[in-house]
Design a protein around this ligand. Sequence first.
Ligand code: HEM
Ligand SMILES: *[C@@H]1O[C@H](CO)[C@@H](O)[C@H](O)[C@H]1NC(C)=O
Ligand SMILES: *[C@@H]1O[C@H](CO)[C@@H](O)[C@H](O)[C@H]1NC(C)=O
Ligand SMILES: *[C@@H]1O[C@H](CO)[C@@H](O)[C@H](O)[C@H]1NC(C)=O
Ligand SMILES: CC(=O)N[C@H]1CO[C@H](CO)[C@@H](O)[C@@H]1O
Length: 309
Amino acid sequence: MAIPSPLLLLLLLLFPSLTLLSPAESKLTLDYYNKTCPQFYEIMQQSITTKQLAAPTTAAATLRLFFHDCMVEGCDASLLISSNSFNTAEKDADINLSLPGDAFDLVTRAKTALELQCPGIVSCADILAIAARDLVTMVGGPYYNVRLGRKDGLVSIASEVEGNVARANMSMNQIISLFASKGFTVEELVALAGAHTIGFSHCSQFINRIFSFSKTSEYDPSYNPKFAEGLRKLCANYKQDPAMSAFNDPITPNKFDNMYYLNLQRGLGLLASDQALASDPRAKPYVDMYAENQSAFFKAFVHAMEKFL
Ligand code: HEM
Ligand SMILES: *[C@@H]1O[C@H](CO)[C@@H](O)[C@H](O)[C@H]1NC(C)=O
Ligand SMILES: *[C@@H]1O[C@H](CO)[C@@H](O)[C@H](O)[C@H]1NC(C)=O
Ligand SMILES: *[C@@H]1O[C@H](CO)[C@@H](O)[C@H](O)[C@H]1NC(C)=O
Ligand SMILES: CC(=O)N[C@H]1CO[C@H](CO)[C@@H](O)[C@@H]1O
């Protein structure tokens, strides 16, 4: 991409979702690098496999990184831009504190390998998109098409992350309208949230659900009591050890499957935003459908992921 004109820059600042669904992006194609970098898929596959075998948390870290990158200014790898003394970048917004290093490391490694073969051709945004897809597939999830040709963004502003990224303590109304503002229906939101079938969350993200929850209950009564008890033990010392984390899916934590939805039906939703899907009348029918039918979940997940441009 050429250096953005001040007007474009202003537009991007005013309408952060502009790049997500703009007509310009419809130029993305499946075979974008076939001529300019024929080794693209092979190099990606190699970088991804090596990294995932060495660090199995890479899959979840990368999927989350891709999602967050896409929610702010479209999938432009702006999340990879570093801060400087004039600008605090997206990746340094406090919510990004927890974005694990493995995903950044994978993109850097793949980019380095690709630069050796096809200098200056492949964008980091496309690397991140393919990595997320291949890793989802590698841990048991469905394969979906990733159209290529994204340009890396030059704009990355921490303050834009707030409000564009979903928080565990947001109300269902807030989450639904956030996703709607990015072009996603409630059905798509519920399908995308199924990404929490892998990976983990830090105690700080659900601590208010397990200690001093209310006057009448020490923990959130929508938790399965045994699960709440386990989490209270796990997180007892989280202030001393802020890295302490729990699996998002306590039953099959490393497998991309529909267990997430079955968990929600049993009070095993880790985050408040997870559990809320199972009680909200707009979201619940999809939770129940995906809990019952993994193919339906995979089909909806594929459809929603293919919308991230
Ligand atoms: C529906 C609203 C959502 C909320 C409120 C939310 C919130 C969170 C939070 C608070 C964490 C834990 C972060 C940490 O402690 O490090 C997390 C982890 C994660 N999220 Fe979400 N998320 C949402 C939707 C999504 C979507 C749509 C995706 C992907 C398509 C996604 C993928 C992930 C993954 C894979 C992890 C685990 C990361 C890891 O293990 O490193 N999330 N999410
Ligand atoms: C592009 O390359 C991929 C991987 O090598 C291949 O599967 C695909 O068929 C190619 N597409 C076209 C249009 O040549
Ligand atoms: C939600 O959580 C964030 C940190 O994750 C915190 O800054 C914010 O104050 C919380 N909001 C509410 C309403 O609790
Ligand atoms: C499960 O979902 C798939 C995909 O939507 C559908 O074709 C199939 O009929 C569903 N199976 C059942 C038992 O409902
Ligand atoms: C605001 C803040 O604490 N940002 C941190 C984000 O994470 C990086 C490391 O990944 C830290 O260096 C920043 O200080």
